[in-house]
Design a protein around this ligand. Structure first.
Ligand SMILES: NC(=O)c1ccc[n+]([C@@H]2O[C@H](COP(=O)([O-])OP(=O)(O)OC[C@H]3O[C@@H](n4cnc5c(N)ncnc54)[C@H](OP(=O)(O)O)[C@@H]3O)[C@@H](O)[C@H]2O)c1
Length: 315
């Protein structure tokens, strides 16, 4: 657990940028106020709902996106609905570590605080692709780039404490076959001969969970917590765009899957629910704490993965 709980006795003790609010039951709670930021990588549909919801809660939302045109459209839609809210679009391409660094530098130049970093972007079902950094793309986009971004914004998180990193993982982490014995850079970022898109995705989603777990261990003493979550099963977004078969399967299960608002609910819950303020190192599904796979709760594996990624990034 992060030791970031807030004493709600006095208005004077509310951290800068936070405000005191009251629930329908009359209980006080604090949330990030107008001066605070939430940043996320998105422009997909349920992620749009997440941004919309957080902006409506009074946050300045910075949408870090590869496709800034579509992000701009999302921003315009949010502003058309509620003109006073603050939404900023910035460019990031997680398949390029240079782009991640450029984004982080630009963010720091703004001297904005960072109360919530939502690591949301991912790819699924990609044919084998190498990034400009020479790594397998699913691994880099879904895991390594989030790690790098978080490391680059480490100081911003700590100086904005209480702050939280929210990592969007998936229930499919349960199918990953990673353990302390087979963990290696080659396993995480395989060559074409050892690549299978589904395996790469599942592995990256387990890495998301382990990243969140170890990050929380390292930062909770600075009142920066981290949680991971599953947004919903097989929601029809752009995730399955890379292969007609996945598109077809996701299309046919649509009547039984979550709406985009429901998909956003667990992320929004993890960000702003009053009872989440001192919570870290856990995994959530359907707005409830949920036990991850045994690998997903393995502290030793999380630390070993962390060390390998630090080596990959020459950090
Ligand atoms: N859909 C589901 O059923 C489901 C289930 C479990 C977990 N999830 C997780 O939910 C999260 C969001 O997925 P989604 O379903 O909303 O899929 P999505 O519609 O494809 O959204 C993924 C987002 O990631 C962005 N992205 C991809 N590559 C990028 C890159 N190189 N640089 C920057 N951004 C990049 C995409 O941007 P572009 O628009 O530019 O491509 C898109 O905005 C993912 O972490 C996914 O693993 C989804």
């Amino acid at each position: 657990m992060a030791d970031g709980s807030l004493d709600t006795d006095s208005e004077d003790e509310i951290p800068a940028g936070w405000e005191e609010r009251m629930t329908l039951d009359g209980d006080n709670y604090h949330m990030a106020g107008k001066g605070s930021l939430k940043m996320m990588e998105l422009s997909s549909m349920w992620s749009f709902e997440t941004a919309r919801s957080l902006a409506f809660h009074g946050a300045h939302v910075v949408m870090a996106c590869r496709n800034t045109m579509s992000a701009q459209t999302c921003r315009d839609l949010i502003l058309a609905e509620r003109p006073g809210v603050k939404v900023t679009v910035m460019k990031i391409d997680l398949a390029s570590l240079n782009s991640v660094k450029e984004f982080a530098d630009q963010y720091k130049q703004q001297e904005w605080p960072l109360h919530y970093l939502i690591c949301n972007a991912a790819v699924f079902g990609l044919p084998y692709t190498q990034t400009e950094d020479g790594l397998e793309a699913t691994f880099q986009v879904n895991h390594l780039a989030h790690f790098y971004l978080t490391k680059l914004l480490w100081t911003q998180l700590m100086t904005s404490a209480p702050a939280r990193v929210i990592v969007v993982s998936s229930e499919s982490h349960r199918s990953a076959d990673l353990n302390i014995l087979n963990l290696s850079e080659e396993k995480l970022s395989p060559l074409e001969s050892g690549y299978w898109d589904l395996r790469a995705y599942n592995l990256s989603k387990l890495c998301n969970l382990l990243f969140s777990l170890h990050l929380n261990t390292l930062l909770c003493r600075y009142r920066v917590s981290s949680v991971a979550l599953h947004p919903g099963n097989m929601m029809y977004t752009n995730l399955q765009r890379h292969w007609w078969l996945y598109r077809t399967i996701f299309y046919f299960v649509r009547p039984w899957t979550k709406s985009m608002q429901q998909g956003a609910a667990t992320t929004v819950y993890c960000a702003i629910a009053p009872e989440m303020q001192a919570v870290g190192g856990m995994y959530f599904n359907n707005c409830c704490r949920c036990p991850p796979s045994s690998a997903g709760a393995d502290d030793e594996l999380a630390k070993a993965l962390w060390d390998i990624i630090m080596d990959c990034l020459y950090l």
